[in-house]
Design a binder for this molecule. Structure first.
Ligand code: GLN
Length: 198
C-alpha cells in the first residue's frame, strides 16, 4: 500500500517522514498521473491560496476530486482549508470534499501560533496529543455526516473549537501532527486508508 503526499508547496517532507517512520510506502504527488496507485493522499499545510492556485495550474483539482470518491484524503492546516466546503472569510473556492466551513487565520497572525494539549477521541478512546497550531484556521461548522474527533478550548474565553474532524473518506486537522514525533493521527489516517482499501 502506498500513500501519496501532495508536494507542491508547504510541509510535505515531514508528512512523508512521519509515514516512512511507520514503514508506510509514500510517493510525492506533483501531477495527476502520480495519484495512480495511491491508496490515500495527504494534503499538507502551507499557504492555501498558493496551493489552490498551483492545483488549478497543474490540473490537479478534478483528479483529486475524483480520487476522493474512492480514497481517503487527510488535509492538515492549509490542507484542511482546501478540502472544506466553504471558506468563511476569504473569497476562494475550495475543493469541497468534506462538509465543513472553515475560517482562515482564525487565531490571529503568525506570532499568535501556539501549542496546546489536546484530547482527541479516536476509536472511542480519549488520547492526549500535542497540537501545534501555526497561523491555523478554525473549523466553524460541520455537516451531519462529519464526526468531531478533537476540540481545543483556549483561555480566556474557553470557547471550544473543532480541530480534528472526519467524514467517511476525508480527515481534516487544523494543527500539524507531522511536527510531533507521535504517530497517533497519522496512524489513524493509515488505518482509514487500510479499511477503505480492503
Ligand atoms: N495560514 C495558512 C492559510 O490560511 C495556513 C497555515 C498552515 O498551513 N500552517 O493558508
Amino acid at each position: 500500500m502506498k500513500i501519496g503526499v501532495l508536494a507542491l508547496q508547504g510541509g510535505f517532507a515531514l508528512h512523508q517522514m512521519s509515514l516512512e517512520r511507520m514503514n508506510v510506502q509514500t510517493t510525492l504527488v506533483r501531477k495527476p498521473s502520480e495519484l495512480r496507485g495511491c491508496a490515500g493522499l495527504i494534503v499538507p499545510g502551507g499557504e492555501s491560496t498558493t496551493l489552490l492556485k498551483l492545483l488549478h495550474n497543474i490540473g490537479l483539482v478534478d483528479p483529486i476530486r475524483e480520487f476522493a470518491q474512492y480514497h481517503p484524503i487527510f488535509g492538515t492546516c492549509a490542507g484542511s482549508i482546501l478540502l472544506a466546503k466553504c471558506v468563511l472569510n476569504h473569497p476562494m473556492e475550495p475543493l469541497g470534499l468534506i462538509s465543513a466551513s472553515i475560517e482562515r487565520n482564525a487565531y490571529g497572525r503568525q506570532v499568535d501560533s501556539f501549542i496546546d494539549s489536546l484530547e482527541l477521541k479516536l476509536n472511542g478512546k480519549n488520547t492526549a496529543f500535542e497540537g501545534i497550531f501555526i497561523r491555523a484556521p478554525k473549523i466553524q461548522t460541520v455537516g451531519v455526516d462529519v464526526n468531531v474527533l478533537g476540540l481545543n478550548k483556549l483561555e480566556p474565553s474557553s470557547e471550544e473549537t473543532i480541530v480534528l474532524a472526519e467524514s467517511e473518506r476525508v480527515l481534516i486537522s487544523t494543527f500539524h501532527p507531522e511536527l510531533t514525533e507521535d504517530n497517533l493521527v497519522h496512524q489513524y489516517f493509515v488505518d482509514k486508508v487500510l479499511k477503505t482499501a480492503n
